[in-house]
Design a protein around this ligand. Structure first.
Ligand SMILES: Cc1cc2nc3c(=O)[nH]c(=O)nc-3n(C[C@H](O)[C@H](O)[C@H](O)COP(=O)(O)OP(=O)(O)OC[C@H]3O[C@@H](n4cnc5c(N)ncnc54)[C@H](O)[C@@H]3O)c2cc1C
Length: 494
């Protein structure tokens, strides 16, 4: 039986391990952290659970192809309740409100009431939201192995919709926002998805939600990762925690295994890296095999940005936030906090999931777009880093109490996440938790993960299926296992 060594027990690594085990391969996952999940995680503080990842899960609906991966891997099962929100986000500015409703008809009516003069753009947007709900990554085979027939089956789903898709994929969020004569509408969109993202990020997400997809699995991110870990172990997979891979061992152009930070080695017939893309190419492989396209994308962070964030989690001994996803509030004056100019503050609620806090208590997270360079420059100066975190806490708690006065004096737990947190826990390049999402034509839709001059190795994970996220990570993991099955001439058991 061929042995596959997998680096990283994030969603890509777990998915890869599960499909490989199901197909009769022997696998071992090596994970530097103490738990599975990678960036898909959450943690407890006293009575509270702070969920560090999922806001929406593409493929939560059984109608979506991706759902099959979540079912096969145990991420979702019959016991998991999915919450589908009525509103993607609420935006408030000086007493005026925009609700980005997830139902396109309701959204259209609401936006038309706010701004009749934007009728044409609102109609176009809502038409696209109604039409593009079926859009998703084709998962049946690694895309470079798809036949013309496979491609055609996928393309059929987009017949009559390509125009809409290409319109929004060619514009950035800031360009979409600028199309609306009523600035409130554009600002509500930018408060939901950053301006340098492709507009498809908003359109496709709302389209999924309109169709009943992209809900939230009760229990959240850590519970989802835990179910996948249990599935992997139940199939005979092995995972070693607190095990940091230092290098991929290469002999005569073939990956033979990995060298660990404790000096040990683990050998296998294949090595799959589901760790961060930059870390894999630049550190584990000493930059010896980096494809030109990755050199380009990693070297120009202005042209090819990747998202990161800072978060202030607050555990509150009062019921605040209701059952919606939360609210973005326009500030009276922009402030500079966390190295960014901030025009609004987003307070994310978790009241729809009673596993996050006991009855009568609540969790709210203040979300800030992140400036990696700012936090990175502070990281070795403990005092300055602590002060910058305190600045965020002050801003977040002030905003919380202003919006929810009942929270005053009732904040029991506070925890701050910065871009450096993702570096420390996940080796994430520039603290990124998605890959490239600007829609630039230079960004490949899919990278097969094969490197010139290196056999027996596949790079998987969100960096190979931009813009990444859980769908990209899981699909890349599945593709890697499938590719080995094809190479070995064994049946891929999906
Ligand atoms: C705040 C936040 C919100 C998000 N919201 C959503 C959302 O709503 N929907 C969505 O789809 N996605 C969301 N994401 C993104 C999603 O979590 C990630 O894109 C996805 O989890 C990446 O998975 P991955 O397996 O590719 O990588 P990772 O999760 O980074 O996993 C890599 C694993 O490799 C391990 N590792 C790294 N280097 C080594 C080494 N040298 N040796 C051993 N182990 C190593 C790491 O510890 C980690 O466990 C969010 C992320 C964050 C942080």
């Amino acid at each position: 039986m061929k042995k596959v060594v997998i680096i990283g027990a994030g969603i890509a690594g777990l998915t890869c391990g599960i499909y490989a085990q199901r197909s009769g391969l022997e696998t071992e996952i090596l994970e530097m952290h103490t738990i599975a999940g990678g960036e898909c995680t959450g943690w407890d503080r006293g009575d509270y659970h702070f969920d560090g990842c999922i806001h929406w899960l593409m493929g939560s609906s059984p109608d979506m192809d991706l759902h099959r991966i979540w079912r096969d891997t145990g991420a979702l099962d019959d016991n998991v309740t999915i919450v589908n929100h009525e509103s993607f986000m609420r935006y408030e500015a000086g007493g005026r409100v925009v609700e980005l409703y997830t139902n396109a008809d309701r959204l259209e009516q609401h936006l038309l009431e706010i701004s009749p003069k934007d009728k044409s753009e609102i109609k176009k947007l809502c038409k696209a939201i109604r039409a593009l709900g079926e859009f998703g990554i084709p998962i049946d085979k690694p895309m470079d192995m798809m036949t013309a027939g496979d491609g055609l089956r996928f393309a059929v789903k987009l017949v009559g919709k390509m125009g809409m898709m290409s319109r929004y994929s060619k514009m950035k969020m800031e360009e979409l926002a600028a199309l609306f004569k009523e600035p409130l509408i554009g600002r509500s969109m930018l408060a939901s998805i950053p301006g340098d993202y492709a507009a498809t990020a908003l359109v496709v997400t709302l389209a999924g939600m309109h169709r009943g997809d992209s809900g939230f699995p009760i229990g959240g991110s850590r519970a989802l990762a835990k179910r996948m870990e249990q599935k992997y172990l139940s199939l005979g997979g092995k995972v070693r925690y607190r095990t940091r891979v230092e290098k991929i061992v290469v002999k005569e152009g073939r990956a033979m295994g990995v060298k660990l930070s404790d000096g040990g080695e683990v050998h296998g017939d294949y090595v799959i890296s589901c760790a961060d893309g930059y870390h894999t190419l630049h550190h584990l492989l000493d930059n010896n095999y980096t494809p030109e396209i990755y050199n380009k994308l990693f070297s120009d962070t202005k042209a090819y940005p990747t998202p990161t964030c800072a978060l202030v989690f607050m555990g509150i001994n009062a019921e605040v936030g209701g059952h919606g996803r939360g609210v973005s509030i326009q500030r009276e004056q922009p402030v500079n906090v966390g190295g960014m100019q901030s025009d609004f503050i987003s307070l994310l609620s978790y009241g729809y999931d009673n596993t996050m806090s006991p009855k009568g208590k609540s969790v709210i997270a203040a979300f800030y777009n992140g400036n990696f360079d700012y936090w990175h420059a502070l990281k070795d100066d403990k005092e300055a880093y602590r002060a910058a975190k305190q600045e965020l806490i002050d801003d977040a708690t002030e905003a919380l109490v202003k919006y929810y006065p009942e929270a005053e004096g009732r904040i029991e737990k506070i925890d701050v996440v910065t871009p450096e947190t993702y570096v420390r826990y996940c080796n994430a390049w520039r603290g990124s938790w998605m890959s490239w999402g600007s829609g630039s034509k230079d960004i490949p839709r899919y990278f097969p993960g094969l490197l010139d001059g290196l056999d027996g190795f596949i790079m998987a994970g969100m960096w190979t299926l931009p813009p990444g996220g859980l769908p990209g990570a899981a699909t890349a993991g599945r593709f890697a296992a499938h590719r080995i099955c094809i190479k070995e001439g064994i049946a891929f058991n999906a």
